[in-house]
Every structure is written in structure tokens, then in C-alpha cells.
Design a protein around this ligand. Sequence first.
Ligand code: MLT
Length: 387
Amino acid sequence: MWSFSQRIQQLPPYLFAQIDRKKREKIAQGADVIDLGVGDPDLPTPEPIVRAMQKAVENPQHHRYPSYEGMFSFRQAVSDWYKRRFGVELDPEKEVIALIGSKEGIAHFPLAFVDPGDVVLCPDPAYPVYKIGTIFAGGEPYFLPLKEENGFLPDFRSVPQDVLKRAKIIWVNYPNNPTSVTATLDFYKELVEWAHQHNIIVASDLAYSEVYFGEEKPPSILQVEGAKEVAIEFHSLSKTFNMTGWRIGMAVGNRRLIEGLGKVKTNVDSGQFQAIQEAAIAALSLPEEALKPIRDTYAERRRVMTEALKNIGLEVVPSEATFYLWVKVPKGYTSAQFVERLLDECAIVCTPGNGFGEAGEGYFRISLTVPTHRLLEAADRIGKLKL
Ligand code: MLT
């Protein structure tokens, strides 16, 4: 039997694939499963996007290989959207690249800049792909714990000198998955200054920028002066426009970083189906108000579920954005033990905090991606558990 490569051996099974398997087993037993696991919006993709896709599929021009870096019209639409949403200017030719979903770009990016022995600074808890991409590239992840007392922001100044010397990239992700907090422009300013000082690439994952609840919209790191000299930002249409299945995203920012990612991608993939890019152009051209009903739905679910969980004695981190709730497990349980009980005894799928890294121990994550009555049903089932 062939043994897996050492890089692959370092990886546990992919978190959400594992959760999906457990869910399917439970459904096969006939259980009425409430899935609050993976962050997969249940709301439909807005109509104009679907219509644009239908029309584009009929055009034979789109049936051939797409351009590697994305159609110019798609990259222009991304650039226009960044200008409208963040006031950030991007050269569509050199500072924007299409991705087959942002996961793909996040996993491939370190291959362009990380050599064996290099360090990548990864938040913990976090989307597992920052670590996975680092390991694929032969780099070493160094984890920066996101602690409640620091507002779940990384203390990048605490990185020891010997690690800092080998550090190539730092990943940040705000609005944050899984903790649901946001970062301010001041945080980004400090980070950009520090990155300049230490010659470190900042890779920002902004997938949840449009799922927010406060008056202030979450910023992009690229709004900071000098950010484009050190930063690349990954974005996705998945969460904003309910398009997880479509696999379309983009990376934007520093042109050398985009060039490096492009070099990896031209060697491993052939670009995204152009009809999907046409649909993405329609999405990015939607008026701002089109997203309000989506945000309002999550805001209502967040309000109802936060209250319901508090009523049954669970402690919820106040959620500022994203469609996640980050909840403390009751005393006497590890994250894995509690989530297992939820599945076994309540038929509820949640993500254990430690699945996002060691510092996520003591928490579990709830995705608000089912209708309100199902969230209330879930809270009711949890409330009946003898803890
Ligand atoms: C999550 O649940 O954390 C995300 O949906 C995973 C992903 O975006 O791939």
C-alpha cells in the first residue's frame, strides 16, 4: 500500500467533510437532522444572477476554455465593486484575478511565496485552509491565538524574533469566521505598518464583508494607505450572494502577489467557466439594496437564536457580522464531547471549536443557515439535554 506524502499525513481529514459524513450517517438512521454545521447559505441566489447565468450558458463562446486570469469584464466588475464598496482603486489587468471560489486561491497562494522552512502566521481558531495551504507549500504554520480578551484579534507583535525572521505571510480574516467579530481600520493600519517593518505579506480573507449587522460596514484592509504594497485580499461571492455552489471568487491587491498566485494557477487550473463569470458580473452589479433582505434575514435569525441560547443558559459571543454564532460549551465538556452529544441526542450538527484550531477549544459554532423555526427547534432540543 502506498503511504501518503508527509505533507498530507500532517493533515487531519477536512473538517467539513468529516462533519458531512457524520450528518449523513445520522440521516441514514432516520433522524430529523438540523444542520447548523458548514456555512452554506440556505437562501436562493438572487434571480438576476440566475438569469444572467442561463443566458450566458447559451452562448457558445463561453463553452471554450476561459481566460486563465478571468475575463476582463469580470475583473473590471470586481474593480468597480471595490471602488463603490470600499473606495479602493484596482487595476483590473494587474490587481485582480478570478478564483474558482476563494478556498482555491487561499490554498494555492502560499505555493507562490513559501519555501520549506518558511513560516506562515495563521490565526487560531480559523478557517482550516490557511493552515492547509501552508502545509501544502511545505511551510510551517505558527498560530496566533484569537482570545476573547483581545476582541478575538491576533497579537501579531507577540511573535518571537526567531519566528518572525522566517515569517513570510500573515493571514487575517475579518469579519471573522468562526468568532463573528469585526476589525476596525485602526487594526488594519497597525497591521500594515508592522508588515512593512518586517517585510511580511498580509493575506486578508474578506469573504464575510457583506454579512454585517451594525451601522458601520466592515472595511477592507486595502483602504489603508500603503496596504497595496504588502497585502492581497481574497473575496468570494459565496456568502454575499448565496452562491457557495457556483465556485467563484477573486483575489485583489498587490500586483506582485497577484502575479505569483496567477503563476501557480495557470499551472494547475484553466480558469473558471465563463458563464459563471457572467453571472458574477450580474451579482457585482446589483444595487446595494438588493442585499438588504439577505442581511435582514440573518439579523433576525441571529437575534432569535442568541436569545434562545441565552434562555437555556448558554453563553454566546456577541455577533457583529457573519452568519455564525460562537458559543461557549457548558462546563465539564470539551468542544468535541459537547458537539457529539448534540448530534447523538438532539440530531443537531454544529462545528466543534477545536476543529478551527486549539484555541477554539471550549466553544462551538452555530451557522444561522436554516429558517428561524428550525433554529428555535434546535434551541428547544438543546434545552432538554441534561447537562
Ligand atoms: C465554513 O463553514 O467555515 C465555510 O463555509 C467553509 C468554506 O467557506 O469553505
